[in-house]
Design a protein around this ligand. Structure first.
Ligand SMILES: *[C@@H]1O[C@H](CO)[C@@H](O)[C@H](O)[C@H]1NC(C)=O
Length: 134
């Protein structure tokens, strides 16, 4: 009867080294230079974070854990107050892309002319990310 016990230990050790065992915090900040508000809607396959209206200086935030399969993906659609016809799309957290880059916190800033900057915790730097127009 030694074996089942060992198996449990192995599983617990694997679990503690895996990506899924901790909370990740997302933070998306409106720093548009022209004072516009941002309408933001973020969700994953399982969770709808809902709609945010972010005035300049305001942020949307939420926390989650990566699912067991490592397939967690949160994506966002946003519109600027100057046009409700154009939506922009970006991934706020993709496990494949971000599990090291955002190991505990995923910070985003929407800045001048709608540029999207994401913070890389590992390299300690901000990077420009593309927005898809939809
Ligand atoms: C609306 O605002 C965004 C963000 O500042 C800007 O990129 C875009 O060109 C503006 N669109 C119009 C139609 O003014």
């Amino acid at each position: 009867m030694k074996r089942p016990y060992q198996l449990v230990i192995v599983i617990l050790v694997l679990f503690s080294f895996s990506k899924i065992n901790h909370a990740i915090h997302v933070h998306i900040l409106n720093m548009l230079d022209d004072g516009q508000s941002i309408k933001l809607h973020c969700r994953s396959k399982d969770d709808d974070i809902g709609n945010f209206i972010l005035e300049q200086g305001e942020a949307a935030e939420w926390s989650f854990s990566i699912n067991f399969w490592g397939t967690t993906l949160f994506y966002c659609d946003m519109q600027f107050s100057n046009s409700s016809k154009i939506s922009y799309h970006f991934d706020a957290f993709s496990t494949e892309r971000d599990w090291e880059r955002c190991y505990s916190k995923c910070r985003w800033i929407i800045s001048e002319k709608g540029s999207l900057y994401g913070y890389d915790q590992q390299l300690d730097q901000w990077n420009l990310f593309p927005l898809t127009k939809i």
